[in-house]
Design a protein around this ligand. Structure first.
Ligand code: G1P
Length: 291
C-alpha cells in the first residue's frame, strides 16, 4: 500500500537547548539559513509523501506559521519587487499539506504517536523525529520506503553507535537478512550498560503499520515513566515481524549542542552560495589552531 502520510512529533520542550528554546520551538533553530524542521519536511517531500501531521503543544505555533502562507509578508515582498525572496517564502508554504494535532500531555514519544490515530487511520505511515537530521544522497525516508515495499513489514532506521553510547538510544538486536537489513529479534529502549551487546541504535525514521496503534494501547509507561514507541514496537515485532535498516547517509543529532554545531558545519560546507567561502574560512581557522 502507498505510504502517504508522515508524522513529525514537535511537542517536546527542548530543554537540552535552554535558554535558546525558552520562547521559540527548538525545531525553529536555524541551521545555516533554514529552521531544522524545514530540512525534515524537505526530506519527507523529496520521498514522495503527500501530507505531514505535526504533533504539537502550546508554544509551537511558529512551526505551523512557517509552513503557512504569510499574506502580509508576500504582499510586501511583491510590492518591493523582491521576487527571489518571494519565491523562497512561497516555496516553503507550497511544500506539502500540513495538519496539526495536539499532544495534550507530555507522556512520551509513544504517546505522541498514539494521538495521531484519528488523522492517520488504517494505513501505513512514516514517523520522522526532528532532532535527527540525515544528510543523504537518497533521502533517508525514501530508502526506508523501499525496504518497506520489499519486505511488507514495519521498518526502523538504525546506525551503529559506540557501545558506551547505546544507553542513549533505542537498541535493536537481530540478524542481517539482506545487505543492511536486519530481522529484529528484540528492542530495548535506553538499555542500562551491560544489558545488551548490540550497537544497532534506532535513529528517528520509522515506517509503521497502523497496527502500531493497538500495540501503543497496551504499552505501559517504560523508561523515564514515559510511553515508549520502542516498547510498542516490540509488541508489533511479536505480532507481525519488524525490520531494521542501516540507512546510507550521515546523521546529526540536532537536539544536542555538539550535534547541532556539526550539522551547521556540514550544511554550510554543502551550501551553494556559502560552501566555498566557508571552507576557505575553516581551512584558515584550522591552520591558525595548529600554529
Ligand atoms: C528517541 C527514541 C529512541 C531513539 C532516539 C533517536 O529517543 O525513543 O529509541 O533511539 O529517539 O534519536 P529520544 O532521543 O527522544 O530520547
Amino acid at each position: 500500500m502507498n505510504v502517504r502520510k508522515a508524522v513529525v512529533p514537535v511537542a517536546g520542550l527542548g530543554t537540552r537547548f535552554l535558554p535558546a528554546t525558552k520562547a521559540i520551538p527548538k525545531e525553529m533553530l536555524t541551521v545555516v539559513d533554514r529552521p531544522t524542521i524545514q530540512y525534515i519536511v524537505e526530506e519527507i517531500v523529496a520521498s514522495g509523501i503527500k501530507e505531514v501531521v505535526l504533533v504539537t503543544a502550546s508554544g509551537k505555533s511558529a512551526i505551523e506559521n512557517h509552513f503557512d502562507y504569510s499574506f502580509e509578508l508576500e504582499t510586501f515582498l511583491a510590492q518591493k519587487g523582491k521576487m527571489d525572496l518571494l519565491r523562497e517564502v512561497r516555496h516553503i508554504s507550497g511544500l506539502i499539506e500540513v495538519v496539526s494535532i495536539r499532544q495534550k500531555e507530555p507522556l512520551g514519544l509513544g504517546h505522541a504517536i498514539k494521538v495521531t490515530e484519528p488523522v492517520i487511520g488504517n494505513e501505513p505511515f512514516v514517523v520522522v523525529l526532528g532532532d535527527d537530521m540525515v544528510d543523504a544522497t537518497v533521502p533517508c525516508v525514501f530508502q526506508m520506503l523501499k525496504v518497506f515495499d520489499k519486505f511488507q513489514k514495519s521498518v526502523v532506521a538504525i546506525q551503529k553507535v559506540p557501545l558506551d553510547e547505546a544507553h542513549r538510544y533505542g537498541i535493536v538486536e537481530g540478524e542481517e537478512v539482506a545487505e543492511g537489513v536486519y530481522k529484529v529479534e528484540r528492542l530495548i529502549e535506553k538499555p542500562s550498560p551491560g544489558t545488551s551487546k548490540s550497537d544497532l541504535a534506532i535513529i528517528g525514521r520509522y515506517v509503521l503499520s497502523p497496527d502500531i496503534y493497538s500495540c501503543l494501547n497496551r504499552t505501559l509507561p517504560g523508561v523515564g515513566g514515559e510511553i515508549q514507541l520502542t516498547d510498542a514496537l516490540d509488541y508489533l515485532r511479536k505480532k507481525q515481524g519488524l525490520y531494521a535498516y542501516k540507512f546510507k547517509g550521515n546523521r546529526y543529532d540536532a537536539g544536542d549542542k555538539m550535534g547541532y554545531l556539526q550539522a551547521t558545519v556540514n550544511y554550510a560546507l554543502a551550501h551553494s552560495d556559502l560552501g566555498e567561502r566557508f571552507k576557505a574560512y575553516l581551512q584558515k581557522l584550522v591552520a591558525n589552531l595548529d600554529e
